[in-house]
Design a protein around this ligand. Sequence first.
Ligand SMILES: *Cc1c(COP(=O)(O)O)cnc(C)c1O
Length: 218
Amino acid sequence: MINKNFKNIAVELEKERVALVAVSKTKPVEAILELYKEGQRIFGENRVQELAIKHEELPKDIDWHCIGHLQRNKVKQIAPFVSMIHSVDNENLLKEIDKQAEKFERKIPVLLQFHIAEEASKFGLNLEESKLLLSKKVDYPNVQFCGVMGMATFTDDLEKVRTEFKNLKSIFEDLKNSFFADDSDFKEISMGMSGDYKIAIEEGSTMVRIGSLIFGNR
Ligand SMILES: *Cc1c(COP(=O)(O)O)cnc(C)c1O
């Protein structure tokens, strides 16, 4: 049953040329391996400890994405291998990622997380904060800025969700023009989850993060 949903979504996303981050948080390695055997390579986790353990146990050609709120003191645990950090929302975190990336002699790809939802609980930058941060981007030579990430409000009001995704897209365009006009790495808009990924794709998502729809409820 897992596989049938997964296959349908994978085909749909391939047609749209949108990347799938299979969100495997709380799911056992067996469930991840099942999708791996179907060809899935990008998996997303929101807890550092779980991410590190799964990386250890599973095939090394998996791209692990850190999608959840990340504490500065935990960066070092994932710095050697993480393929992308979706949740950069402050300068101190960025400094630490840069430092750890240098230590492991690599560049770490990141997305800037924006607060686009109505809920106060969700993390993220606003446009002004992100511009301040990016005005100093030369200070982070070991960080590769790849784009933006956001989560819409959890609501049945799909027009509201659409408006929030439109907002993230326009933030992306603004930053692209202002800071990354000559940088082809800055190209990702990570938006869309199980309940709203179709709307996200219509509004320009390049990367969706889908968990429960393919792995079942948590
Ligand atoms: C859990 C999670 C998802 C996936 O949520 P589903 O509704 O299960 O698809 C996506 N993004 C983030 C940041 C998450 O924490």
